[in-house]
Design a protein around this ligand. Structure first.
Ligand code: FES
Length: 141
């Protein structure tokens, strides 16, 4: 498929398809006339990228989820099953992160101190304390 056909079939802009290709999420090959072509099995990858974007999943996480799916050659059912299991793990980690954030946010809304030492939202595990004393979030001139 040409990049235009791919764009039309997936509803994804040509520039986005090129971006996905640069990120290694999809791949194309060159014809004898040096024209770019996408294998048909890239349609599924682009569809999954679109779903991930809608869910707010970073494309870097998607790279991890696609790690077991070969870019060249048509992926097998088992390849997609592995990707599915990996994706579920990624989603579970995100869900746990959101739950943690929700708990911390609930506490902070009732508190409002924004303490650099105590606030787990502003300075989790006092990360800034490891980099030295004094304010570092405010850019110095
Ligand atoms: S605002 Fe007080 S702990 Fe976060």
């Amino acid at each position: 498929m040409t990049v235009g056909e791919m764009s039309k079939r997936t509803g994804v802009a040509v520039s986005a398809l090129h971006y996905y290709e640069r990120m290694g999420l999809i791949t194309s090959f060159r014809t004898a006339g040096n024209q770019r072509r996408f294998p048909r099995h890239m349609l599924r990858r682009v569809a999954l990228v679109s779903v991930a974007k809608r869910l707010g999943i970073p494309l870097s996480d998607l790279q991890e989820a696609f790690a077991d799916v070969p870019l060249t050659g048509t992926p097998s059912h088992e390849d997609w099953q592995k990707a599915s299991r990996r994706w579920k793990r990624v989603l579970e980690q995100r869900r746990q992160g959101i739950e943690r954030l929700e708990k911390e946010l609930t506490g902070c809304i009732g508190c409002g101190c924004l303490s650099m030492k105590a606030c787990t939202l502003l300075n989790p595990d006092d990360e800034l304390g490891d980099t030295g004393a004094g304010a570092r979030r405010v850019p110095l001139e």
